[in-house]
Design a protein around this ligand. Structure first.
Ligand code: NI
Length: 264
């Protein structure tokens, strides 16, 4: 039976408050048997954990601080998250966090916080290394800065995902140089004008994982609507077309990739 893993979804978002059980049922029916949940900020942590406690066989928690969610006193935000992470990693710890994120850099709306974003990103990279957990990286309008930061950790065994990858051939080639990283492919691939259709086949499929980033970035034909994990089948079909393989092959390989990276 086909199984898929949504490596990046925010099903704890208030967009799902009314009907999350049905959303989870539809995901299962579509063959999606794992949902990996990156965190946004300290305020979203409780909702994220509650969802993972309700569907423990399906939903896996991550912990981190999104670059667009940095408070002025972001160090206090990070200290609070680190305390939760430390408790979790002690023997018998409770939440079983499988990754760090989402973190990274975002200069799309606000360029004035770049230094703070870099500091927050570096702190979370150190957590990833210290606890040997993959890191989920969000990067928008910040490619040069991203490569600049990551280059400092090249030989330290850092591993993770370039979430929502939609870059150029040159960007793909540059990021492929970071050996421990997978490329997270989402609904953008299905958009009619997406240049990712021609870039993707240059990336070995062994380095691709699937994601929705729901409730955002719905694939065609749901574009503009609330996204949900079951829609990831449409993205998987586009990935199959890009590589010229069957959707079952895409499901098997990308799920293996996710299991290897997150040690599921
Ligand atoms: Ni996200």
């Amino acid at each position: 039976m086909r199984r898929l893993i949504d490596t990046h979804c925010h099903v704890y978002d208030e967009a799902f408050r009314e009907d999350l059980p049905q959303v989870i049922d539809r995901a299962r029916e579509a063959g999606i048997d794992r949902l990996l949940l990156p965190n946004i900020n300290p305020g979203t942590m409780d909702d994220l954990i509650r969802v993972c406690d309700t569907w423990p066989d399906m939903c896996c928690p991550m912990i981190g601080l999104h670059p667009e969610d940095l408070a002025q006193d972001f160090i206090t935000q990070l200290d609070g998250l680190k305390t939760i992470l430390d408790e979790d990693r002690r023997e018998g710890g409770g939440h079983r966090f499988i990754g760090i994120g989402e973190t990274g850099l975002d200069l799309y709306w606000d360029k004035t916080r770049l230094d703070d974003q870099i500091e927050s990103f570096r702190i979370q990279i150190e957590w990833s290394l210290m606890y040997d957990l993959p890191i989920v990286i969000h990067s928008r309008d910040s490619f040069i800065q991203l490569v600049g930061v990551l280059s400092d950790y090249r030989d330290r065994g850092l591993r993770g995902i370039f979430h929502c990858f939609s870059g150029s051939v040159e960007e793909a080639e540059s990021l492929m140089g970071f050996d421990g990283f997978m490329f997270g492919i989402g609904g953008v691939l299905t958009f009619k004008k997406s240049s990712l259709k021609s870039v993707l086949p240059l990336i070995p499929i062994e380095r691709v994982v699937l994601e929705t980033d729901c409730p955002y970035l719905s694939p065609v034909p749901f574009r503009g609507k609330r996204n949900e994990p079951s829609y990831m089948v449409n993205t998987a079909e586009s990935v199959a077309q890009a590589y010229g393989v069957s959707i079952d092959e895409v499901a098997r390989i990308t799920s293996d990739n996710a299991c290897r990276l997150f040690r599921l």
